[in-house]
Design a protein around this ligand. Sequence first.
Ligand SMILES: Cc1cc2nc3c(=O)[nH]c(=O)nc-3n(C[C@H](O)[C@H](O)[C@H](O)COP(=O)(O)OP(=O)(O)OC[C@H]3O[C@@H](n4cnc5c(N)ncnc54)[C@H](O)[C@@H]3O)c2cc1C
Length: 429
Amino acid sequence: MSTARCFRSMVARPALRSYIKPQILPLSIQTRHASSKHPKGFESPSSSDLDELRERVQEFTRREITEEVASHTDKSNAFPNDMWQKLGDAGFLGITADEDVGGLAMGYQAHCVVMEEISRASGSIGLSYAAHSQLCVNQLQLNGSPEQKQKFLPGLIAGTSIGALAMSESGAGSDVVSMRTTAKAVDGGYVLNGTKMWITNGPDADVIVVYTKTEPDKASKGITAFLVQKDFEGFSCARKLDKMGMRGSNTGELVFDGVFVPKENVLGEINRGVKVLMEGLDLERLVLSAGPLGIMQAAMDVTLPFTHQRKQFGIPIAQNQLVQGKLADMYTKLQAARSYTYDTARKVDEIGQIRTQDCAGAILYAAERATECTLDCIQLLGGMGYVEEMPASRLLRDAKLYEIGAGTSEIRRMVIGRAFNKEYSSHAS
Ligand SMILES: Cc1cc2nc3c(=O)[nH]c(=O)nc-3n(C[C@H](O)[C@H](O)[C@H](O)COP(=O)(O)OP(=O)(O)OC[C@H]3O[C@@H](n4cnc5c(N)ncnc54)[C@H](O)[C@@H]3O)c2cc1C
């Protein structure tokens, strides 16, 4: 039995599931559950389901994403393309998607578990994984028509095609709504013109969720999302970017030069793309917050044995209080960040509650703590922390991305502050 089918039969066993009985929930929560971002019939996994899933992912990473693979991916700056098929065979590419298109319908806690464990093995494989399984697959799951889902999701989930999402442009990053890529209505579809920058999986992707302006004068009310296929005429990847970290997670600049996209490939409603974009960003930030968790765990995995084996002044360096203090801080930051991410994901799964400030907060907190923990990892390894024989420098270079991608730390703080403003202005009125 394939691992995917094995998971499916595992999660179908009622004894393994925890059931939230709608009748015992307050009415406000029941209403929110009705608009939940899960496939039909979704039931939140129990903690033992999630533990079992974590063990399966760890078995996978021990076998397929060894330290050698992670290091080679970083040094060669090339994604190991056979990984897509392996991730697909393992059932990890459609964690939040419908079972009838090959997904596991296990929800966002499960997606965070897979993301955390893959990122623990390799930050860059983790980032590409999330761009595919969350940014592309989950956006299609949430916004695709039945025909679009049937057409694209089986291949994406099996790992035979690669997905990406393109919203950022060289002139529109934090202020993404100021994007300039346009889509002009023509007979039978739209013609896209413009460029997209820093697109994860862009150089390899077969299917890309692309945000454009269909009504450039209407600002956020004129945005539409499209599904662009690699073989559409006029589409190309101009270059692969050379990055300081997340090397091997291929990042590209994409060009749309008069690309005709049939109307069947409009994702969601015309001019309502900002809703697709913003709602997608909440869940994207939540799932991506598990990336820095994995990197922090990887830093612990390196630092703990090293500091207990390395002796100076006749004793393991971990017996010095200054070293213990750093280890304790690393551990506490990881555990606090982990609790925040999984608590936010549990509320999405169990009561359908998506709080923008917590999705932004979880990644804000985890990302900054990951940079701190990986710097501490380098410090505690001393000279060995500074040489490329050890993974410490890669962990730091990978961690830093999470303070920039999916909205920077400054923008996340702004998003949280704005949520308070909204709450207080509604109290005032
Ligand atoms: C490796 C990598 C992968 C990525 N993958 C994708 C992807 O798959 N798809 C995609 O669409 N995009 C992707 N991005 C793009 C990413 O989301 C943007 O880089 C990010 O949103 C920041 O935009 P910017 O680079 O234009 O920075 P800018 O917006 O120019 O910001 C520069 C600095 O100014 C600060 N700043 C800007 N505005 C404000 C403000 N109002 N208040 C306070 N500070 C402010 C920022 O916080 C930052 O410190 C990726 C980026 C990287 C590096």
